[in-house]
Design a protein around this ligand. Structure first.
Ligand SMILES: CC(C)(COP(=O)(O)OP(=O)(O)OC[C@H]1O[C@@H](n2cnc3c(N)ncnc32)[C@H](O)[C@@H]1OP(=O)(O)O)[C@@H](O)C(=O)NCCC(=O)NCCS
Length: 403
């Protein structure tokens, strides 16, 4: 990168309008400029925007949001990287690489164990250790089919009565933001979800207070949606429900719009129960986006996530991480009773080790099977623990949020 350029965080004296100009040139027109200005100023104030500057003029920037990500029912801090961009006339000269190298070091220094991003191009992120680890899935449902959800199987002994919704369900507004985040956490924990994120309650207040955004909260779930294309389609922002009663109640609310809306569009887990609640085979769940994961601190990431309680294993991992050398070396991975521990193994690399770079480790963490990783050139070495490692990390990981 040209020596006239400086990489540093945006500060109070930097012009947020110059950042928005970069954004417009990289990603197209902004929706509401006032909303973006406020949002980006908050990111700058939190020290979460890094730029490449030619004097006072930013020629590239990237930001991260501080979120929590749920892994098998436990959550940990996660840096969600977004808005990576270089001014069009400055591309192809190493600026993007220098920016992302600096961001990676900053996130590791800040103590994040993991980071994710939605890529529009993969080589740059791959070269720094991010790898495909999860997806964002969408289902488009003809609204009228929601009017007749399948009943519980009559042959199921003691089938639960699902006619009435959860007693705790109520409309939610901005004042309920903390209850909403708690309900989402309750649900992701109970469902042992891999991948979903939650944000700070304050970040939800504006949407929840928007009169065109409709939200319901129950103890174990949250539904929010809005109309798009006039009243042609209902688009679901969140539908997370841990119990059968809450899931059914939320889908029934959406189905009640069938006289107006043609379709309901929802971001869902790949095996959301809606696939079993509908009698219509035309509602297909498809993967719309792929997200990449970078494990910045493997020991902390393993300690902070959950694992299936029935899985017990001990394996040696030989990790090689050029950009975060402290992660390199032989490690002993122990998993039992739902918890994991990764400790330096010491000594020479074990012949019985599973060998991974940061990309293979990130994808394994996200639940990508080792048979896939070996054939993609992301894992090598001993195979004896592959089966049980697949059970321990088992995916697929998914996200609702897009950033
Ligand atoms: C993607 C972007 C940030 C890269 O910045 P840049 O300064 O042009 O990238 P660099 O010159 O540092 O190149 C870094 C590496 O990425 C690769 N790369 C850059 N742009 C690429 C593209 N569009 N497609 C595939 N690879 C690309 C380069 O080949 C290079 O790899 P190498 O070092 O192995 O040769 C920049 O092109 C951009 O702003 N694009 C538009 C916005 C965008 O798509 N942002 C990404 C959002 S996830």
């Amino acid at each position: 990168m040209d020596s006239r350029l400086e990489i540093r965080p945006f500060g109070p004296d930097d012009d947020v309008e110059a950042e928005l100009d970069l954004r417009r040139r990289a990603f197209g027109p902004l929706g509401s400029a006032a909303t973006w200005t406020a949002r980006m100023q908050a990111v700058i104030d939190a020290g979460q925007m890094v730029g490449v500057f030619d004097g006072r003029r930013p020629v590239a920037s990237a930001r991260h949001y501080a979120m929590r990500q749920w892994w098998h029912g436990r959550s940990m801090p996660m840096a969600a990287v977004a808005g990576v961009k270089v001014a069009p006339e400055e591309r192809g000269r190493g600026i993007g690489r220098a920016l992302m190298t600096r961001l990676l070091a900053d996130l590791a220094a800040a103590g994040y164990a993991i980071s994710t991003l939605y890529p529009s191009t993969m080589p740059l992120y791959r070269s720094l250790g991010w790898e495909n680890a999860g997806g964002r899935y969408e289902v488009v449902i003809p609204a009228h089919t929601l009017a007749a959800l399948t009943a519980a199987d009559p042959q199921l002994p003691s089938a639960p009565a699902l006619a009435t919704g959860p007693a705790s369900m109520r409309r939610a507004a901005g004042a309920d933001a903390a209850a909403v985040v708690a309900a989402l956490g309750n649900a992701h924990q109970a469902l042992r979800d891999n991948g979903p994120t939650t944000r700070e309650p304050a970040e939800l207040v504006r949407s929840l207070d928007d009169p065109d955004y409709f939200a319901y909260v129950a103890d174990d779930g949250f539904l929010s949606y809005y109309w798009t294309n006039g009243h042609e389609e209902v688009e679901i922002d969140n539908l997370v429900a841990a119990s059968a009663a809450t899931a059914r109640a939320f889908w029934q609310i959406l189905g009640s719009h069938a006289t107006m809306a043609d379709r309901v569009r929802a971001c869902v887990p790949p095996e959301d129960p809606i696939g079993w609640l509908l009698n219509d085979p035309t509602a297909v769940t498809s993967r719309t986006q792929t997200w990449m994961l970078r494990v910045l601190d493997p020991a902390e990431a393993i300690a902070a996530r959950g694992f299936p309680s029935g899985v017990s294993l001990e394996a040696v991992l030989d990790l090689n991480d050029r950009d975060i050398p402290a992660n390199s070396g032989p490690w002993t991975l122990q998993i039992s009773a739902g918890a994991g521990k990764l400790a330096p193994a010491g000594g020479e690399p074990d012949r019985r080790a599973l060998r991974l770079g940061p990309r293979g480790f990130a994808a394994l963490f996200g639940g990508v099977p080792l048979a896939t990783l070996r054939r993609a050139g992301l894992a090598a070495g001993d195979t004896h623990a592959d089966d049980v490692l697949d059970c321990a990390f088992g995916g697929p990981a998914f996200m609702y949020d897009y950033f």
